[in-house]
Design a protein around this ligand. Structure first.
Ligand code: NAP
Length: 306
């Protein structure tokens, strides 16, 4: 792979930014990568582990001369960061982001992008429950989708170049409209996270099941809920506050289905339960056939942390 951008700036140095850095280095996609994080502690960690070719002490310094700037901060912080860097952006540069919600990011960031700078929002559908500069790894995006969400007037060449970068980092790339993105993600990611948070919260409330029992006997189902419910609180607070309508729509449907299943259990309607579970099993098969997970036990997850 050859260099796609001479200068890339990563604003925010957590899981996604650090994975992008290692993935870009793995494939030689960027000349120089600069980085900035809000806290001195994160910047210090980044310098210590060699995350970014140059760690800067201000966002303005990091974006100075950059051909691509990627906002890798929580969704609720995107607008303020864009406002800060807007005046420093190089004409012809591209600004992108990796936020989990797209409409709110477009509304918050768009007004701060000067004329002559391209804005191409994005969202890699890859992550873990870990956060921070030390949690990233080059393979995070391999065989995962990255959705690009061009806004009105996005330059096709700028979109194509960003696509090349994501493909070079291992992703499959698709384009999607922002509202559709937010609805799809409410189904596939946001509502499931809220359900996991709730289930773990319920188990925590059930003091009859002591902590040690919850941990000792946690079967694959609950254990996987705890993994999801360990995700970063700031990131997920922002996701729900900014993808409010789509999440509430899906949760409304979820509640209706849950009531129907509850009723089937109460009335002993085994046919309803069996038909429902047969339908859902087919979805799992579809995901495996699409190469988005393996059918190995324990969801095929590699234990990265030992
Ligand atoms: P992370 O590991 O928690 O890192 C977040 C980074 O943003 C940190 O460097 C943090 O700086 C900085 N930051 C936080 N609040 C800020 C603020 N108010 N102003 C400026 N900088 C701030 O997060 P992440 O998991 O990489 O997520 C980053 C973005 O990717 C989010 O928008 C998220 O929705 C999206 N995303 C996440 C996943 C996932 O699974 N994690 C997947 C796809 C997309 P300090 O360290 O100095 O506090």
């Amino acid at each position: 792979m050859s260099v796609v951008y001479d200068r890339v700036a990563l604003i925010g140095l957590g899981l996604i930014a650090s994975s992008m850095f290692w993935a870009m280095k793995r494939a030689g996609l960027a000349g120089e990568v600069t980085g900035y994080a809000r806290s001195a502690e994160t910047r210090e960690t980044a310098r210590r582990i060699g995350l970014c070719d140059r760690v800067c002490d201000s966002a303005a310094e990091a974006v100075d001369g950059a051909d691509l700037v990627v906002l890798c901060v929580p969704v609720g912080a995107m607008g303020a960061v864009a406002k800060e860097i807007g005046p420093m952006l190089k004409p012809g540069a591209t600004v992108s982001d990796v936020g989990s919600v797209k409409r709110a990011v477009i509304d918050a960031v768009g007004p701060h992008i000067p004329a002559g700078v391209h804005f191409v929002p994005g969202h890699p559908l890859a992550g873990t429950e870990h956060s921070g500069p030390e949690s990233g790894f080059a393979e995070l995006f391999d065989n995962r989708w990255c959705l690009l969400v061009p806004v009105t007037g996005s330059d096709p060449q700028a979109v194509a170049r960003l696509r090349t970068l994501w493909e070079g980092m291992g992703s499959y790339v698709d384009e999607m409209d922002p509202d559709h993105h937010d609805l799809v993600l409410a189904v596939t990611s946001h509502a499931p996270h809220l359900i996991a948070y709730t289930m773990v919260g319920v188990a925590d409330d059930l003091r009859r099941v002591t902590d040690s029992e919850v941990i000792k006997y946690s079967a694959a189902g609950f254990r996987d809920f705890t993994r999801i419910a360990a995700s970063d609180p700031t990131m997920w607070r922002d996701v729900f506050l900014t993808n409010k309508d789509a999440t509430l729509e899906i949760l409304g449907r979820f509640t209706e289905e849950l009531f129907a299943l509850q009723r089937a259990i109460r009335t002993g309607d085994g046919d309803h339960l069996h038909a429902y579970f047969t339908r859902t099993r087919a979805i799992r098969r579809g995901i495996i056939e699409a190469g988005q997970d393996t059918d190995a036990p324990d969801f095929g997850r590699v234990k990265r942390d030992g």
